[in-house]
Design a protein around this ligand. Structure first.
Ligand code: AMP
Ligand code: ZN
Length: 475
């Protein structure tokens, strides 16, 4: 069975087949940097991180782009309240976002484009739409002509009349149609602005994402991620702009993440009911917060409350106690042993259940279930004190750390941190040992000695034993 993703565009579970098998492209709508991020934003960012980690685990190369909206009304207003420039406020909060993401063990995206650094791309996209008569200019602002895009409403599943009735459309007398939205806003006095063919102004939010996504990922990308609130109008408008400009499908799979709620209401800045991620991280370990945020499938709402966090805290302790007890068996595999003990079988079951869960639209809740079932079995095994245990326990340790690494619920070392470097180093040394072994079997002693001596200079000592060569780091 291959991977399946629930595509919010088709409202169906679909087989995941990347456009380019060499590289899966993902765009995730990042934060508007007018404040620190809250736990709701963190849920969306974390799910994106896990989608990326899991695709890599399944052998894909991924290019992830996550933007920063660093110019918009909220930034301008907040900066004015604080008496600083919009640029300075966005810069401070952008840095805080990276700091908080890193504390949550989120790997940095491959590109973090900023809206203000892509103004020429936005202008050129708007120009294309004007040339195609899909946009019109009024008093220095440019509007998208919604009735030119026959498929408008396909993502949010809204018909034109629904769009007119209940939609959050801006009232603007100058628009031809109330559904039309601005892609370029004429400058207002005192606001940051950029020169354009229509006079000074600044981009609208939707054009920012279309331009940044296509600049870094091409006209068609594989997976577009964002919170549920962005489905309409933001993502609907991103599709309308991009597809009318290029004639290509903009995003092939749309992933919308359900809300993190608090007291049954969406956690949000405007609701004044938010918990900042950095405050939560001051109170709970990273792994506990990660466990909590992925304890429900991403398409289900999740409620923030102390009891749930305490449950995640308990789960993390059970997991780390088990892995700490298993650590000493690490590497004690026995080759050639083909008998399958019940625990070995449980290890294999856990891995296949983990993959089946994650393959089915990234079901982290079920994946965690598989991990914790194995933890209970290992604990029973450890207390039974079976003398034949070590190789089996080494397998359990390996399987648990590998799957926990995908979810980041045990070892949250940063991508470029020591963990990956050490693993990489070990692979390289083992490769050299293999080459040396080949040389020795050809009686090419010069090459064999050269490898040993050069490694020695790097403080890596090889010992030839009857079972083959081993190595250790010497100081
Ligand atoms: P914003 O800074 O409001 O533009 O939001 C940044 C990202 O967080 C977007 O993808 C939002 O959809 C997402 N988001 C905001 N609030 C929540 C929430 N309560 N639960 C889940 N995701 C959210
Ligand atoms: Zn966006």
């Amino acid at each position: 069975m291959g991977m399946k993703i629930y595509n919010s565009l088709s409202r169906q579970l679909e087989d995941f087949v990347p456009l380019n098998p060499e590289q899966v492209s993902i765009y995730s709508c990042g934060p508007t940097v007018y404040d620190y991020i809250h736990m709701g934003n963190a849920r969306t960012a974390l799910v994106t991180d896990i989608i990326r980690r899991y695709l890599e685990y399944r052998g894909h190369t991924v290019k992830l782009v996550q933007n920063l909206t660093d110019i918009d009304d909220k930034i301008i207003n907040r900066a004015a309240e604080l008496g600083i420039s919009a640029k300075q406020l966005a810069m401070q909060n952008g840095e805080a976002f990276f700091e908080d993401s890193q504390r949550l063990g989120i790997y940095p995206a491959d590109v973090h484009p900023k809206a203000t650094e892509h103004i020429p791309e936005m202008i050129s996209l708007i120009q294309t739409l004007i040339e195609k008569d899909v946009a019109y200019v009024i008093d220095g602002s440019v509007y998208y002509r919604v009735n030119r895009f026959a498929e408008y409403g396909k993502l949010s599943n809204r018909k034109p009349e629904d769009l007119l009735a209940g939609a959050r459309v801006e009232i603007d007398e100058r628009k031809e149609d109330p559904r039309d939205f601005d892609m370029w806003k004429a400058a207002k006095p005192g606001e940051p602005s950029w020169q354009s063919p229509w006079g000074k102004g600044r981009p609208g939010w939707h054009i920012e994402c279309s331009a940044m996504a296509m600049k870094h990922l091409g006209t068609t990308l594989d997976i577009h991620v964002g919170g549920e609130d962005l489905r309409f109008p933001h993502h609907e408008n991103e599709i309308a702009q991009s597809e009318m400009a290029t004639g290509c499908t903009f995003a092939r799979y749309w992933v919308h993440i359900a809300f993190l709620n608090i007291d049954g209401r969406r956690m949000g800045k405007s609701e004044q009911n938010f918990i900042l991620l950095r405050d939560a991280l001051d109170n709970y370990p990273t792994e506990v917060i990660r466990h909590f945020l992925i304890s429900a499938h991403y398409r289900h709402p999740l409620d923030y409350n102390r009891e749930s966090l305490m449950k995640s805290d308990g789960a993390f302790r059970r997991l780390s106690n088990c892995l700490d007890a298993l650590k000493k068996y690490d590497g004690q595999f026995e080759e050639g042993d083909t008998t399958i003990s019940p625990l070995q079988q449980a290890v294999q079951e856990m891995k296949s259940q983990f993959i089946a869960a994650m393959d089915t639209d990234f079901n982290t809740a079920q994946a965690l279930g598989a991990i914790f079932t194995l933890v209970s079995k290992v604990n029973r095994y450890l207390s039974a004190d079976d003398e034949n245990a070590p190789p089996v326990l080494a397998q359990a340790y390996h399987a648990l750390t590998e799957t926990c690494q995908v979810l980041g619920v045990y070892d949250t070392q940063a991508r470029d941190g020591d963990g990956d470097n050490v693993e990489h180093r070990d692979h390289l040394i083992n490769l050299l040992l293999e080459i040396r072994q080949d040389a020795r079997s050809r009686k090419d002693w010069d090459t064999s000695d050269k490898i040993r001596d050069r490694l020695k200079q790097l403080n890596i000592e090889i010992q030839d034993t009857r079972e083959g060569a081993t190595w250790k780091i010497v100081s």
